[in-house]
Design a protein. Structure first.
Length: 383
C-alpha cells in the first residue's frame, strides 16, 4: 500500500488494477445529489439557475405538506443540487447560524440502502438516520445515513423501485424562467477540509468504514507556497466513481486556505465541488457572462505551459483569456479553473474541470493556484 502514497510514481491505471479484484462491501453507483442548507432557498435557486445553468426539477414546501423546511431541486445533466431553508428555529437553522450556507448532505446512490447502513455501522460509523422508506404512487425509495467529518453526512439512497421525479413528497417545479445550461456534466470529486491532525483519521474512516482506498497523497512539499501549505489524501471507492480528497492545514508562515475555511465555517466541512464539462472554454465563458467570479491566474503562468504540458488540442491564447489552467499526467492532460467563494463567508467554491485522459488532480497547477488563493486571502485580510 505504501506505493500509493508516492506521488511521483503514481499511475492511475495501475492503481486501479491493484484493487480491481478486491471485494467491494459498499458498492456505490453514483453521487445521487448534494444538499445545501441555505438562508434563502428561493433566491439561491435563482442564482444557481442563472449563473451556473441548472434547470428546475422538483420542489417541496408548505404547498406539498412539508412543514419544517422548503427545498428546491435543480439538475444539470447528472448533477442534482438540493437547496434547503428552515421554516422554524430548528436543527437546520442552528446549522446555518454556525456554518453559514454550505453543504450538509452528500447523498450516494446504492443498490441496497439497508445493507449500506449495516455494513458501515458494523465498521464503526456514527448513525445519522436509521434505514427507512418513503412511498408514493411512483414507488418506494429506501434511505439511511451516517455522519462523516464535522456536521456533514452521507445519505445512502436506493432508487431501484422508484420511477418518480426525485423523492416522495416533492412535486414538479417549473416556472417561465429557464436559462440554458452551461455544459456541466457530473461531479468529478468533492473536497473535505478537516482540522490539523485529522487527515489520517478521516482517510482511515473512509478506508475502514466505507471500503475506499488511498488513490494519491500530497504533502506540504507538493502543496505549498512561501507562506502557506496544506496536506491532502484522495480517497476513492472501489469502482472509482466517487473521489473524496481530504485536506488538512499544514504549518506555514501565514494562515492557509484550509485554516481560513475552518475558521469561517466553524469546523470541518465540504470545501469545494469539482464539476466536469466536455467544453471548458464554453462553460467558463458562459459562466463569466452570467456573473460567476473566478480566481485570477497571472499571465506569466502560460509562459511555461507548452514546456511543462506538451501538445494540447486547445488554443493556449484562448485558455489564457479565460484563466484556464492545464496539467498532464501519464494518462493524458486536464484543464481546470476555480471560482471564488460563492458564499459571503470565504468557504465553499467550485472547480470546473475537463479531463482529456488525465485522472490526477492538477499537481502542476498547485503553485499558481495557491498563490491566487493567497492573493484573495490578502484582500480579505485573512492571510
Amino acid at each position: 500500500m505504501d506505493n500509493l502514497t508516492e506521488v511521483k510514481n503514481f499511475n492511475y491505471a495501475e492503481t486501479k488494477k491493484i484493487f480491481a479484484g478486491a471485494a467491494d462491501f459498499l458498492p456505490i453507483l453514483a453521487t445521487d445529489y448534494v444538499e445545501f442548507y441555505v438562508g434563502n432557498a428561493k433566491q439561491a435557486a435563482h442564482y444557481y439557475k442563472t449563473a451556473f445553468g441548472f434547470q428546475e426539477l422538483a420542489y417541496a414546501g408548505l404547498e406539498t405538506g412539508m412543514r419544517d423546511r422548503t427545498s428546491y431541486v435543480l439538475q444539470q445533466d447528472k448533477i442534482k443540487l438540493v437547496l434547503t431553508t428552515p421554516l422554524n428555529n430548528d436543527e437546520i437553522a442552528s446549522h446555518l447560524t454556525k456554518h453559514g450556507d454550505g453543504i450538509k448532505v452528500i447523498a450516494l446512490r446504492v443498490n441496497d440502502a439497508y445493507d449500506a447502513y449495516a455494513q458501515t455501522m458494523s465498521r464503526g460509523a456514527k448513525s445519522y438516520i436509521e434505514p427507512y422508506e418513503l412511498h408514493d404512487e411512483s414507488g418506494v425509495v429506501r434511505l439511511s445515513g451516517i455522519y462523516t467529518y464535522g456536521d456533514t453526512v452521507h445519505l445512502f439512497v436506493e432508487r431501484k423501485n422508484y420511477k418518480g421525479l426525485f423523492l416522495p413528497g416533492y412535486e414538479k417545479w417549473q416556472t417561465e424562467y429557464s436559462p440554458i445550461d452551461t455544459g456541466l456534466k457530473y461531479i468529478d470529486h468533492m473536497v473535505g477540509n478537516v482540522n490539523l491532525g485529522e487527515m489520517e483519521v478521516w482517510s482511515k474512516f473512509y478506508a475502514e468504514v466505507m471500503g475506499f482506498y488511498n488513490l494519491i497523497t500530497f504533502d506540504d512539499k507538493d502543496i505549498s507556497t512561501a507562506y502557506t501549505a496544506l496536506m491532502s489524501k484522495v480517497m476513492t471507492n472501489g469502482n472509482g466513481y466517487i473521489k473524496f480528497p481530504i485536506n488538512e492545514p499544514a504549518k506555514g508562515l501565514k494562515k492557509s486556505q484550509v485554516q481560513e475555511y475552518l475558521d469561517f465555517y466553524n469546523g470541518p466541512g465540504c470545501q469545494h465541488i469539482a464539476v466536469a464539462t466536455d467544453d471548458i472554454v464554453y462553460t467558463v465563458s458562459e459562466m463569466r457572462k452570467r456573473g460567476v467570479e473566478f480566481l485570477y491566474v497571472p499571465g506569466s503562468y502560460y509562459d511555461t505551459v507548452k514546456e511543462r504540458v506538451g501538445i494540447i488540442e486547445e488554443d493556449l491564447n484562448e485558455l489564457k483569456k479565460w484563466g484556464i489552467m492545464v496539467d498532464r499526467d501519464e494518462e493524458g492532460y486536464l484543464l481546470q479553473i476555480f471560482t471564488k467563494p460563492v458564499e459571503d463567508r470565504p468557504t465553499l467554491f467550485f472547480e470546473i474541470i475537463q479531463r482529456k485522459g488525465a485522472q490526477s488532480f492538477g499537481k502542476g497547477n498547485f503553485q499558481a493556484l495557491f498563490e491566487s488563493i493567497e492573493a484573495e486571502q490578502a484582500r480579505r485580510g485573512t492571510l
